[in-house]
Design a protein around this ligand. Sequence first.
Ligand SMILES: [Ca+2]
Ligand SMILES: [Ca+2]
Length: 157
Amino acid sequence: MSAMTWCFVPFLVLTAVHFNVLVLADCPNGWIKHQQCYLFSHDKLSWTGAIVMCKLLGGYLAEVQTDDEKTFLDTTAHQENKNYWIGAHDSVQEGSFVWATSREPVHIEHFGRTPDNSHGNEGCIEIYANGDWNDNNCMTSFNYICERSPESEQLIG
Ligand SMILES: [Ca+2]
Ligand SMILES: [Ca+2]
């Protein structure tokens, strides 16, 4: 290789690294980036149907870990003016809500109101169109929010 060619090698390496960093942060088409990737569905499914669909799409029914994540999801639901299923249920122990995928407990302060288990059969959590959370009948069809990590697998190695 000529001296001239070698001059360009560091530049090419840096370009490749920069490109990888950009791609690492990407979400699939139609998913919104907010640290994680989120898909706000256009269709409506039962809560169980939403669990299955999110898995088919490479993610899981959204789980809230931080106040920032909660604010983002509540605000977007409010802007879209739709009710959305998220991944919390209390089918193992009535009144004790857990996230379906991580199995972590749901923090009670995340609820806009105490879940009321209206009619005795509300075991799944939705974000109301006004941004509050509510327990509702798992068989009801609502829009749903899928969550996944930004794409990265194909870039490592
Ligand atoms: Ca999350
Ligand atoms: Ca309720």
